[in-house]
Write a protein that binds this ligand. Structure first.
Ligand SMILES: [Fe+2]
Ligand SMILES: [Fe+2]
Length: 375
């Protein structure tokens, strides 16, 4: 594994912070109601006839939902952590992951060759995965202080079960009358391909891509990695947060990819509306990445307390969980998605008389990513 990946999880001491006050004076305690509160918007977001979350301010700028206190809260918790622990917030560059498969050239080619269905399937799969992201709200952590030696008062950790997981869940799956990311991706698909669900069997697509019973998202609890003495629920929380964080960061490849071809009005319908919708989803993801990496950093830099009272270094606990999640994200997990996507391409291309030629050209546009995936 390249050193840049391994070191990213470990604490980076901040040598000096000139001009930074000793203690943050910003608000670090929030009620659940505050963390779920919206900014005032002057115009709601309606896409493809669907009322979505978020909206536009009086300057016409898109405003993400539930960010009135959540965004300043994340900034304050990060600043507080730097001051209290002298370490930087963990991060991982987007370049850790290869670009999206199929790539932009392949996506364009499929549409131009009259085989848009694998793209319709991919947008459906992304929306479905976004919906699964809402599962994070079921964690409902309470009383996390007993697992840590240092105080967690006024931290991201302390707010996970007091609005942060709930806000995340609402953003992904929608809330009350407002559609979330799941339906926003479906709306982008329906705008770009003019309601393809009327003539494509979406359920069949999802089944083929492994989203039937027992498919992704229906997995049981993962095997334990940390000492038995560590509360299994704490490991579950840290593990899920890490996996979701890696999905959230790597998804920025997906946004760039989707916006590139959905914005081409010669290629798809909607005069760029679908691409704009994806850009709004992208904006909403920034606080997800923000609070997840802050909470994991706070856990990394604290001392963990086992059920027996024994103490464990947070760097080791989070490091173990992190290494396993990253290995899966770059290896088996990515390969499974790629295989399912390629299967869908082959399925639809085989229905064309010149299917063999289309598939050959599709692979020729891969730019070497296929060989790299096998290596
Ligand atoms: Fe999302
Ligand atoms: Fe997200």
């Amino acid at each position: 594994m390249p050193p840049c990946i391994r070191t990213s999880i470990h604490s980076t001491q901040i040598a000096s912070l000139p001009g930074v006050p000793l203690m943050t004076t910003q608000q670090v305690e929030f009620t659940e109601q505050e963390l779920l509160a919206d900014h005032t918007v002057t115009e709601p977001l309606i896409a493809g006839g669907v009322r979505c979350h978020g909206g536009f301010d009086d300057q016409g700028r898109y405003v993400s939902p539930r960010t009135r206190f959540r965004v300043p809260g994340i900034e304050a918790w990060q600043q507080q952590h730097r001051e209290q622990f002298g370490t930087e917030i963990l991060d991982l560059p987007l370049e850790t992951w290869p670009e999206h498969f199929p790539n932009v050239a392949q996506a364009r080619y499929l549409i131009e060759a009259g085989v848009p269905e694998p793209l319709i399937a991919t947008l459906t799969r992304i929306g479905t995965v976004e919906g699964f992201g809402a599962n994070i709200r079921h964690l409902q952590p309470q009383g996390l202080q007993r697992h840590f030696d240092e105080s967690i008062k006024g931290t991201t950790i302390d707010h996970l079960g007091k609005g942060l997981f709930e806000a995340h869940g609402r953003d992904e799956a929608g809330w009350e009358q407002e559609a979330g990311h799941k339906d926003m991706w479906f709306a982008a698909r329906d705008v770009a391909f003019e309601n393809p669900t009327a003539n494509v069997d979406i359920e069949g697509m999802l089944q083929r891509m492994g989203f039937g019973q027992g498919g992704p998202g229906a997995n049981g609890a993962p095997a334990r990695l940390l000492p038995d003495d560590i509360d299994p629920n704490l490991e579950l929380i840290a593990g899920l947060m890490t996996r979701v964080l890696l999905i959230e960061i790597s998804a920025f490849h997906t946004f760039k990819w989707a916006e590139a071809w959905l914005s081409d009005s010669k290629l798809v319908a909607g005069d760029g509306e679908a691409a704009k919708l994806v850009s709004y989803i992208r904006a909403d993801e920034t606080p997800h990445v923000g609070y997840l990496k802050t909470a994991l950093t706070e856990m990394r830099d604290r001392t963990w307390i086992g059920e027996s009272g024994k103490k464990y270094a947070g760097t080791e606990m989070i490091g173990t969980v992190w290494d396993r999640a990253l290995e899966n994200s770059l290896g088996a997990g990515r390969e499974a998605t790629r295989k399912a996507t390629l299967g869908e391409v082959e399925h639809w291309v085989s229905k064309k008389a010149n299917g063999r030629d289309i598939l050959e050209q599709f692979h020729a546009l891969d730019g070497g990513a296929q060989q790299e995936a096998v290596a």
